[in-house]
Write a protein that binds this ligand. Structure first.
Ligand code: NI
Length: 181
């Protein structure tokens, strides 16, 4: 069991594109297990390998209230998307920022499971949003990229200021209904 460090905006490593996993071996399974530990410890509902500085197309998600229904998607691809849904998103890599992003309402994704077996996931609402948000991470994209230029400039200023201020000083996390993905 291990908790990994989560990279935070504006860290440039969050912009790197993850590579497909060629073989689902024990190294990948250990990564998956560490990512699940990290996600649960951070009270997040999703985490992509990019966020823990690993450039592999691996993501973990758990949107259940009981926190015991993990989805593990390796080399995920969205093969079908329909509908539109705007919901408030937050991200473990962009602390204290929450905003509305429009995504597909329903998706179908293909992926490899923890045993390397091909699998499919049909998802809607929160789970669908989460899969899209995490796949974006694997492509080096953050949810704040969807916000207006003005909002992004403000955010950048704030983030740089915070980095300069202190690396140890952690501002209190806002309690807000949006979940961290
Ligand atoms: Ni995120």
């Amino acid at each position: 069991m291990a908790r990994l460090e989560i990279l935070e905006y504006p860290d440039k490593r969050l912009r790197l594109r993850a590579e497909p996993v060629e073989k689902v071996d024990d190294t990948v399974r250990t990564l998956v297990s560490d990512m699940l530990d990290t996600m649960y410890a951070a009270a997040g509902i999703g985490l992509a390998a990019t966020q823990v500085n690993v450039r592999k197309r691996v993501l973990v998600i758990d949107v259940s209230e009981t926190r015991n229904e993990p989805h593990v998607l390796i080399n995920p691809e969205i093969v079908h998307a329909e509908g539109k849904l705007s919901s408030e998103e937050g991200c473990l890599s962009v602390p204290d920022v929450f905003d509305y992003v429009e995504r597909a309402e329903r998706i179908k994704a293909t992926y490899l499971d923890r045993d390397g077996q091909p699998a499919q996931l049909e998802a809607e609402d929160l789970l669908a949003v989460c899969v899209q948000h995490e796949i974006d991470h694997l492509d080096g994209k953050l949810f704040v990229d969807y916000l207006s230029e003005l909002k992004r400039q403000r955010l950048k200023k704030k983030a740089f200021k915070k980095v300069r201020r202190s690396a140890n000083e952690v501002p209190p996390r806002q309690s807000i209904s949006a979940r961290l993905i």
